[in-house]
Unconditional design. Structure first.
Length: 147
């Protein structure tokens, strides 16, 4: 029993390895933290919660209701386009003019323009859209520009 206690009382490190132990800590970068020249990782505000130029942009995120409305509009446009494609290409009639007019009115409605503006940020589709929805936004914007 006495032999076991003497093993427990022995220092874990001898005096020569104490100095190397202090400098092998990877989270310590040297210098004084109060001066702003190093110190422990994260000291001196090096890992502050928000960057000074960071700001939130809630307008850059898609909302489910806007996406649902957009899908409804695209379905209506596809229906009108399929009717338009059933006519010969060079033919001009009142029905073709009426279909094109309906498409133009549908695409340029104020509520649709508002939704499209919400689903774009700096000319690109916003975050939260999958690839298909991004293509729908780009297609609708192209149709608005055509009208």
């Amino acid at each position: 029993m006495l032999a076991r206690l003497s093993v427990l009382r022995r220092p874990l490190l001898n005096s020569t390895s104490t100095s190397t132990r202090l400098f092998n800590n990877i989270t310590y970068s040297g210098g004084q933290a109060v001066v702003g020249q190093g110190g422990f990782y994260g000291s001196g505000g090096s890992r502050s919660a928000t960057a000074p130029d960071a700001r939130q942009r809630p307008e850059a995120v898609a909302h489910a209701a806007d996406i649902k409305s957009l899908h409804t509009v695209i379905t209506e446009i596809d229906t009108l386009e399929s009717k338009l494609l059933s006519y010969p290409e060079n033919e001009v009639s009142n029905e073709i003019i009426g279909l094109r007019s309906q498409m133009k009115k549908l695409v340029t409605r104020p509520d649709i323009m508002t939704i499209l503006d919400k689903l774009e940020y700096d000319g690109e589709p916003v975050w939260g859209l999958n690839e298909r929805e991004r293509d729908v936004v780009k297609t609708l914007r192209a149709k608005v520009n055509e009208a």
